[in-house]
Design a protein around this ligand. Sequence first.
Ligand code: 4AD
Length: 431
Amino acid sequence: MPQMLARNLGRHINATVTILGWLYNKRSSGPIAFLEIRDGSGWTPAVVNKEAVTAEVWRSVEAATQESSVSVTGKVAQHPKREGVYELQVTDFQILQLAHDYPITKKEHGPEFLMDHRHLWLRSRQQWAILRLRDAVTTAVNEYLHQQNFIRLDTPIFTPNACEGTTTLFPVEYFDLGTAYLAQSGQLYLEAAIASVGRCYDFGPVFRAEKSKTKRHLTEFWMMDAEAAFVEHDENLKIQEGLVRHIIRYCLEHCQEELAIRERNLDNLRQADAPFTRYTYKQAIKKLNELGSDIKYGEDLGNDDEGRLTKNSAVPVFIEKWPKEIKPFYMKRDPNNPDVVFNADLIATEGGGEIVGGSQREERVDVLIERMKSEGLNQADYEWYLDTRRFGSVPHSGFGLGLERVVRWIAGAEHIRECIPFPRTIGRLRP
Ligand code: 4AD
């Protein structure tokens, strides 16, 4: 029999086909068994009528347990009650491997138990939907950036120096060369590469030894850093907005089933695909104080503050021009107000928090060296980076998008640990 993906059954009504997959669920009513089979592409109901199959097939159906791997053959039919759903009227059923006592059952399991069984938990419907949304976000990012003339250019993970401050570095012994650090962001390398290719981005794992135990922090997460020559602050924000809106549209178009499984409010997502709001950091602090926050000028925004600022906003909000003291050395100062830098954080709607951070970069070598000194960075470690400002320096900008943060927002997931296949947090290294 031709093998078919559950996702494509609707195109083959009345044909007899085989699905290879796993038994997700089984319920019997006398001589009829209702199975739910998943095959990676989706789920399909399969109905077995004792009278219509051999005694051996019926015995296999009776013996099959949750998560046993199976081969199911049957005729494709429209589901009698559910519009747009197709079922298999089973003629043959074979167990490929019988699973004994699958640990994740229908009863409520605590998050620690589920995380300990992450290798199995991935099979559940909600996790399946999130994994597929993650893939869609990645595809949308690649698609949009190529449309905007960026090329992908990957940056190293072993690095000799910090990109985002020295307090969140993971050290690694590196042969006779001393200590290497796991990359916090590929940005500095992309800044060098734009002088070759103009616009480029990387997309890979980055590491932060952050002692933050929140629903938004991982120690290993995936970041897409983009960098473009001859792009200044305003255009940088436009590219970011275009990218995030493209991601929304792509997911709405390609992930209807996944978003339905997540019970995601689609109207909210659709409404977020409109021009984003912009506040300066100063305006944001004023607004937050009016809304009851005791945040002071010069402090970073916490989770609650981000929530307050976006609570009534249908669209994501840029907070731009932060005080230089709380931002990294490479951000360009605003010539009209050198106390602030040309940067922006993008805060998602519906409690999504910060999903993108970016800035125009300081292209003047003397100002850069001064900023490095005041941050206590060792200039010798950054000589190669300073060369980018010595040989044909140009105005340029870039940003970093946290993949899991975006997936958490689009999928409406409570915790970021569900938005990466095998999460690493301060308290978790296994499985
Ligand atoms: O704002 P960040 O730290 O920016 C940078 O690293 C820049 N070098 C990027 C650049 O300009 N190329 O991080 C960028 C994004 C954040 O907006 C957030 O989405 C995500 O990375 N992020 C995290 N995601 C999960 N866990 C963490 N611990 C994260 N820290 C940052």
